[in-house]
Design a protein around this ligand. Structure first.
Ligand code: ISE
Length: 338
């Protein structure tokens, strides 16, 4: 049994803990930490964990009863437990985004380079979604020829909180496409532009510009547009269409019962964003557990992927100010991540 130390006990920690306890194999949570001790106590209670509550990140990471670390704390608090885990040579899974500043991402990459070993997996769970996997295999298999352009839709029915603001559209929502698009195309970004479309009068968040359209361009010339709203009203709707030289590959609408009712034929759509990637959350964590158990480096998104996403997101937020194209300058990819 892989013994996990959990840092941060909020909503996403509950998702992972429920999976570890009820669905996944080979791991148990032995230590938990949260700056709010009530949150730590609650997660232990809710899932009947036989876990100890740590009084510091250091105590948790360095405990002999912890083999690997899960970081589910606030975005700006990821860096401390990640660096501590790397120093202790323990595998670490961190929720996305890797960190909130480029400097913090750099510190994490530098720490792994210093140890000459990869310990970290970033929670870009979409890469584990079976349909995104098929999309990737289809592109890589050459079935649609070289990928030329694409269209993504990232619609949420309503903002998760009333403090979801304009930059959150990038850092919480578009960040998923940022990761998935460069992975699907196997190419690096050269620029990003964010534009504002006609505003949705049903949006209740004062500091949120909604909808937005983000366009990324890649080294080999491909362009992908992502339509973003947190106010679709009708449901959580994620699409991705890749157009190649001789065909199109596209994520399907999620399979739901076909309803014949009250004079209509229709399929329902989930309201909430937590269900669409339920399986992906389980698969990413099982992969992390299995690799850690085998004492092998994680195979999922790396610290480098986290850094690329952070740079691209920073540039996208910059573009929000002017709505003009912002050039993306990525540092050279270190050997450890090639
Ligand atoms: C939310 O914060 C998330 O993290 C979801 O993954 C994303 O799809 C959604 O748009 C965000 O609001």
């Amino acid at each position: 049994m892989l013994r996990l130390g959990l840092v941060g006990c909020g909503a996403i920690a509950h998702t992972h803990t429920a999976n570890i306890v009820n669905k996944l194999k080979g791991a148990q949570i032995t230590f938990v930490f949260d700056v709010f001790s009530a949150a730590a106590q609650k997660i232990v209670r809710d899932y009947n964990l036989t876990a100890k509550i740590a009084s510091s990140i250091d105590e948790l990471v360095n405990s002999e009863e912890v083999d690997a670390v899960l970081v589910c704390s606030r975005n700006d608090a990821h860096v401390e437990p990640i660096l501590a885990a790397i120093k202790a040579h323990k595998p670490v899974f961190s929720e996305k985004p890797l960190a909130t500043t480029y400097e913090d991402c750099q510190k994490i990459v530098a720490a792994e380079i210093e140890e000459n070993q990869r310990f970290l997996q970033v929670g870009f769970m979409r890469r584990y979604d079976p349909f995104y996997q098929q999309l990737k295999q289809t592109i890589d298999g050459g079935k649609i020829g070289k990928p030329l352009m694409g269209y993504c839709r990232h619609f949420t029915a309503e903002p998760a909180t009333n403090y979801f603001e304009t930059p959150n559209m990038i850092n919480d929502a578009f960040i998923h496409e940022i990761d998935i698009i460069h992975w699907l195309f196997g190419d690096d970004y050269v620029s990003v532009q964010v534009q504002y479309a006609r505003q949705n009068s049903l949006n209740k968040n004062d500091n949120l510009v909604d909808p937005q359209i983000a366009t990324v361009k890649m080294k080999q010339g491909a362009i992908v547009n992502t339509y973003l709203t947190q106010n679709s009203q009708y449901g959580y709707d994620v699409k991705c269409q890749i157009i190649g030289e001789k065909g199109i590959a596209e994520l399907p609408d999620m399979p739901k019962l076909e309803m014949h009712s009250a004079g209509k034929i229709y399929h329902e759509i989930d309201h909430d964003w937590t269900y669409r990637f339920e399986e992906a959350y389980q698969l990413e964590m099982q992969d992390f557990i299995d690799q850690a158990t085998r004492h092998e480096a994680p195979t999922g998104p790396t610290a480098w992927d986290g850094l690329v996403a952070a740079i691209t997101a920073d540039n996208a937020v910059e573009s929000q100010q002017s709505q003009q194209v912002v050039e993306i300058k990525l540092p050279e990819r270190p050997v450890l991540y090639q």
